[in-house]
Ligand binder design. Structure first.
Ligand code: G6P
Length: 614
């Protein structure tokens, strides 16, 4: 949430910062702003709404300078308007800063500063910080970087900050706690800072992921120096980015979401590449090999996650319990962390997170760690905070996911959970050798089956037309298709703003059935498997109330076809693997419905992709 980007070097800063902000816009698009330092002064521009609004504002200006900071905001304190937009700056215009996070004790600090005569332009917590830095700098007679370090010792909360001052034209100062920050090291004294590596990769592959409570003094003449907030120097650990620039482009698709849906045959394959060999009959999950025994013997596996990742966790629960017979609980990270959960040393807590930065998931893990549990992670973003604090884990290797609505990250998470369940089941002996081999082969065939579903793109688009004006929708599934129903409903509501709910099919009778009439589309996962007949009965119940049925069925199904208003066939697969297939047409349906309604599918209103505030 909130994206920050900064540049100092020998090129014009403005184009680099604007481009960076566009890459980070998935983190929030309530407002955008920049501050560029030039000839002893700062030029600050801020505009409500998307980065393109800021660009339009600046179009007639000549913004020059080789150092600057930029911000794209997801509003927490203060409504999204020009004044609350970052950067915020001191009264004399000599210090400006951008911030991602929340200053929890801002109110108390603000009162003290008001008593000292400071006046505030905005309602934000960030402006408090800039006046505090200004005040410390003046009172203590220290430069603004040192003042920032002292200020951060008074601050409670989360932050990724970059500050700039025209009085120190060769420097930027950056700091982080709980919100991500990456420093890119270019050539000849060129440096970049950003919330993730996407604005940096075009210029350099050498990066330093800042740790909590670190401050970086970035000086184009003297280089990068790192300190902790106690002022002790630290050695920067330079890593090579594996990210490729093409992965951040739309590649000919109209939207990132559609591109990412269509990438799934590759992303699922990349997820098990090198980890699965069906022919030889093995799974190798290097990341957690040392923890396999611990997982098998664990009291419980507790999966913590938010949003779509939580849905993946629910699929994981079905898989791990069914195949490996291990007790699994799936928790919303935000609830888990605050309800004094019972955690034992022999519990294994697994966080699932695309971004690896979700504040609640991170905090849930920290809590579990403090109670002595083993903590593991399933993350997509390499080098993310969760991947760094966990004892071990897996990367999903889905590649950058830019559309705010998660698609390929979900199927990659489910793929990892399937591998995990199969491996533990195999080790534990809870599935036969022949079933293990059979499921490995089936899993290997999934990318090809996803391709076959994606080939029905146009068929799904034509079905979508019939439902684009719906006000409500219901999604039903049983067993591991229940979380798929939840995920289908979430996809529809987040990008098309149609109210949608996912339910276990049988639970429909306990409430949602009251909503069914001839205007209600009901999306049902009715693939062949143990509960097929029961789902068919649920379809009858919907039909009896004149609801519209859109069914996801197994290829060749004629029974449901005769009852449904529309069907989308998916290739036959073992029930265990159906979530990986049934999810895909639901993603496409949501996508097309949202496009037909004229919604911005990649950047739905009020949402952000990386939720770094609790
Ligand atoms: C936000 C995103 C969702 C995502 C959730 C959890 O709400 O919009 O797509 O599922 O955060 O994010 P994570 O990065 O932890 O998977």
């Amino acid at each position: 949430m909130c994206g920050i980007v900064a540049y100092i070097g020998h090129k014009e800063a403005y184009p680099i910062i604007i481009k960076g902000l566009k890459r980070l816009e998935y983190r929030g698009y309530d407002s955008a702003g920049i501050a560029i330092s030039n000839n002893g002064a700062l030029s600050v521009y801020k505009k409500q709404g998307k980065v393109s609004n800021l660009e339009a504002l600046i179009a007639q200006e000549s913004v020059q300078g080789t150092a600057g900071i930029g911000h794209t905001r997801w509003a927490t304190h203060g409504e999204p308007n020009d004044i609350n937009a970052h950067p915020h700056y001191s009264s004399d215009g000599k210090i400006a800063l951008i911030h991602n996070g929340i200053i929890e004790n801002y109110d108390a600090i603000k009162k003290e500063l008001i008593n000292k005569g400071y006046s505030f332009r905005s309602e934000t917590d960030t402006e408090v910080l800039v006046h505090l830095v200004d005040d410390i700098s003046k009172v203590e007679g220290v430069w603004y970087g040192e003042a920032l370090r002292i200020a951060l010792n008074h601050v409670v909360g989360a932050y990724a900050i970059v500050a700039i001052s025209p009085d120190f034209p060769d420097r930027l100062v950056a700091a982080r706690k709980s919100s991500p920050l990456v420093v890119g090291i270019g050539e000849n004294g060129e440096y970049f800072c950003a919330s993730d590596a996407s604005p940096i990769v075009e210029y350099t592959k050498n990066v330093v992921y800042m740790e909590d409570e670190e401050i970086a003094v970035i000086d184009r003449k003297e280089g990068l120096k790192l300190y902790n907030i106690g002022d002790q120097p630290k050695t920067p650990y330079i890593q090579k980015l594996e990210l490729e620039l093409e992965a951040l482009e739309k590649g000919g698709y109209e939207h990132f979401m559609l591109k990412e849906i269509h990438e799934q045959p590759r992303s699922i394959h990349d997820c098990f590449r090198g980890r699965l060999n069906a022919e030889k009959g093995w799974i190798s999950l290097g990341g957690i090999r040392d923890y396999e025994q611990k997982m098998i013997q664990a009291n419980r596996l507790i999966i913590v996650a938010c949003g779509t990742s939580w849905h993946a966790g629910l699929v994981g629960e079905y898989l791990l319990e069914d195949l490996a017979r291990i007790n699994v609980e799936v928790e919303y990270a935000s609830e888990f962390r605050y309800r004094n959960p019972i955690i034992h040393e022999n519990d294994v807590v697994i966080a699932i997170s695309q971004s690896g930065e979700t504040a609640d998931t991170l905090a849930a893990l920290e809590l579990a760690k403090s109670k002595g549990a083993t903590i593991l992670g399933i993350c997509n973003v390499v080098g993310s905070s969760i991947s760094r604090i966990t004892d071990a884990g897996y990367y999903t290797h889905a590649g950058p996911e830019i559309g705010v609505a998660s698609t390929k990250a979900f199927t990659a998470q489910v793929t990892i959970l399937t591998l995990m369940a199969l491996q533990l089941a195999h080790k534990k002996g809870t599935i036969s050798q022949s079933r293990f081999h059979e499921l490995l082969s089936e899993l290997e065939a999934i990318p090809e089956k996803v391709k076959q579903i994606l080939a029905k793109n146009d068929h799904v688009e034509s079905i979508s037309k019939a439902y684009k004006d719906a006000s409500n929708a219901l999604y039903l599934g049983r067993g591991s298709s229940f979380p798929v129903a939840l995920e289908g409903a979430l996809k529809l509501k987040e990008i098309s703003y149609i109210h949608a709910e996912g339910y276990p099919a049988a639970e429909m009778k306990h409430g949602p059935i009251a909503l069914i009439d001839e205007n209600m589309p009901v999306f049902v996962i009715a693939t062949q498997g143990n509960s097929y007949e029961k789902v068919v009965s649920n379809i009858q119940e919907v039909k009896a109330r004149k609801g519209k049925i859109i069914a996801i069925v197994t290829e060749g199904d004629t029974h449901v076809k005769a009852m449904a208003d529309h069907v989308i066939e998916i290739p036959a697969a073992d029930e265990v693997l159906v979530p990986l297939l049934a999810t895909v047409p639901l993603q496409l349906l949501s996508y097309f419905i949202a496009v037909m309604r004229g919604c911005n599918v990649d950047q739905p209103r009020n949402l952000a992709k990386s939720v770094t505030v609790e």
